[in-house]
Design a binder for this molecule. Sequence first.
Ligand SMILES: [Cu+2]
Length: 166
Amino acid sequence: MMPTLLISTIFSMKGILTVIILILIVGAGWYFYQSTPTVPAVPTTDVNTEGTTMETGTIETGAQPGAETAPASAPAAKVFDLTGKMFAFSQTELRVKKGDTVTVNFESTDALHDWVVDTFDARTKQVKPGTKTSVTFVADKTGTFEYYCSVGSHRANGMVGTLMVE
Ligand SMILES: [Cu+2]
């Protein structure tokens, strides 16, 4: 009789002790949870508003080579209509801004020609007169790049032009 009573008393005390410990753990956890400081998660935005005016008057902002921030102006879609003949393009200079999506619509007026810029891996099909072709690419580098006709010796004969990415 006595041993049974003793054992049940010990068990019941253990139970009370367990409950107290649990309350302490939960309470401590709640305290730490409440006192955790809130981390501000708002990223700072560094907008480059620096603008320069180029001689043409059409350039609103200068491209920043190697800059980490995006250009102040949004990239635009630029479309050029060019024709080609022996041995020249109808336009010998194209100007765009870095990041622009450039589309060149090309047509030959005499023989087989195409329009190529190696740096941007931009290349139209070689087309005969009466067939239109086009190529679209993103001018993602600033600089001056030669475009040319890759048919025969047309390039060597001066069928070239300059793409300026500013
Ligand atoms: Cu050609």
